[in-house]
Design a protein around this ligand. Structure first.
Ligand code: HEC
Ligand code: HEC
Ligand code: HEC
Ligand code: HEC
Ligand code: HEC
Length: 250
């Protein structure tokens, strides 16, 4: 309940916040979700995380987006970042992606929009490792430790506490760099115009009417997940029991 009130209050603040002139749509709903890394101690009712585990940068948006006050010309790519995002590129080429004899579109490297997700979920980089820090954030507030999203029991890992005893288990969110057991990503969608008969045609250039979204005609993490909408379990774009049949005919 505390979380709800905080969320409503913070939403008001958000209305004033436009990232690079984009419209905010339902962006505010990220507040209070698993991807909101601000005020975690308060929300969780513990004094354990920020300033120890990771830096509370004061804005939940900047863990992914370039702080708007940096202006349109701020280029994260110049600093080794993922173009357009406030995160560094994970070591590309290091992923093992799903493959099988029947898979038509074989991909070696995930696209930038999926590397955004993997920059935390592969567990190789700290959650608070952003390219730009927001104006006004003081380096004296920098965390003592910069932990990574993985289940290991060491001082580099959220799993130190998030082991299912001291705090909820985090290992299942850690995809690792071995993605061979995960749904394939970054391949061109097989159901486009000259489609594969096993796949439905999308409803439009950006995907399906139920919200399942294609990026440059490709399937990415954000095809199935919308980090901005916590209404459906696991941030899915449509309920799990309808998700697969959006694309797969059998
Ligand atoms: C965990 C990473 C992450 C965080 C944190 C995050 N976003 Fe996003 N944001 C995304 C992704 C991914 C997209 C692209 C979504 C798409 O294409 O559908 C996006 C898109 C947007 C857009 C473009 C419009 C749209 O809906 O496509 C706006 C505006 C936006 N975010 C605002 C915000 C604001 C404001 C916050 C902080 C309250 C925030 N975001 C926090 C990942 C994030
Ligand atoms: C800045 C780091 C970061 C980025 C970037 C990020 N995530 Fe996460 N994500 C997390 C953390 C941390 C959790 C929650 C771990 C926990 O407490 O269980 C999480 C949780 C999730 C969950 C589970 C939500 C739930 O309700 O249990 C999904 C699904 C997810 N992320 C998908 C994505 C996708 C898709 C993207 C890219 C668009 C993305 N994440 C980008 C850090 C990140
Ligand atoms: C020093 C111990 C400790 C460390 C390290 C730690 N956490 Fe936590 N975290 C907790 C405790 C305790 C809770 C509250 C109990 C729970 O949610 O399981 C919590 C809760 C959370 C929550 C839920 C907040 C909410 O709104 O309910 C998230 C998300 C989270 N932690 C993410 C992380 C991430 C990501 C890392 C690593 C970057 C991390 N934590 C590292 C102790 C820790
Ligand atoms: C084809 C759709 C699809 C794609 C693409 C996809 N996911 Fe998922 N994801 C799901 C579904 C469905 C679930 C829940 C069932 C499960 O765990 O398999 C899920 C679960 C998750 C979870 C939560 C695990 C848990 O049980 O708490 C995380 C984190 C996550 N996905 C992140 C990602 C990331 C990061 C990517 C890109 C590398 C990605 N997903 C690509 C459909 C997808
Ligand atoms: C956005 C569309 C989309 C959604 C949603 C989707 N898939 Fe897929 N899936 C694809 C595409 C495209 C391929 C790769 C086809 C190819 O290139 O051969 C694929 C491949 C696969 C494969 C590998 C097939 C092979 O030949 O090795 C499996 C298994 C699979 N999907 C299962 C699922 C499941 C289970 C779900 C629901 C959780 C799901 N998919 C949701 C588009 C989708």
């Amino acid at each position: 309940m505390i979380r709800r009130r905080g969320q409503a209050a913070a939403k008001g603040v958000l209305c004033a916040l436009l990232l690079g002139g984009m419209t905010v749509a339902d962006a505010g709903t990220i507040l209070g979700t698993k991807h909101d890394f601000t005020g975690l101690n308060q929300r969780a009712g513990v004094v354990a995380m920020s300033t120890v585990a990771f830096s509370d940068l004061g804005s939940s948006c900047v863990y992914c987006h370039i702080p708007p006050e940096k202006g349109e010309e701020a280029d994260s790519a110049e600093l080794g970042g993922n173009p357009g995002w406030n995160r560094y590129l994970p070591a590309t080429g290091a992923y093992d992606l799903y493959d099988s004899p029947t898979l038509d579109n074989k991909v070696k490297t995930p696209s930038p929009i999926s590397l955004l997700c993997l920059s935390c979920h592969d567990g190789t980089m700290a959650v608070d490792m952003t390219v730009f820090k927001p104006n006004g954030w003081r380096s004296s507030e920098d965390a003592a430790l910069h932990l990574r999203l993985n289940g290991a029991d060491d001082l580099m890992s959220c799993g130190k506490c998030h082991d299912g005893r001291a705090a909820h288990k985090i290992a299942i969110k850690h995809l690792d760099t071995d993605l061979t057991n995960d749904h394939p990503i970054s391949m061109t969608y097989a159901g486009l115009t000259h489609g594969d008969p096993d796949f439905r045609r999308p409803d439009g250039p950006y995907g399906f009417d139920n919200g399942v979204k294609l990026y440059d005609q490709k399937v990415e993490c954000a095809t199935c997940h919308n980090v901005h909408n916590p209404d459906i379990t696991l941030l899915l774009r449509t309920r799990a029991d309808h998700l697969c049949e959006t694309c797969h005919i059998k």
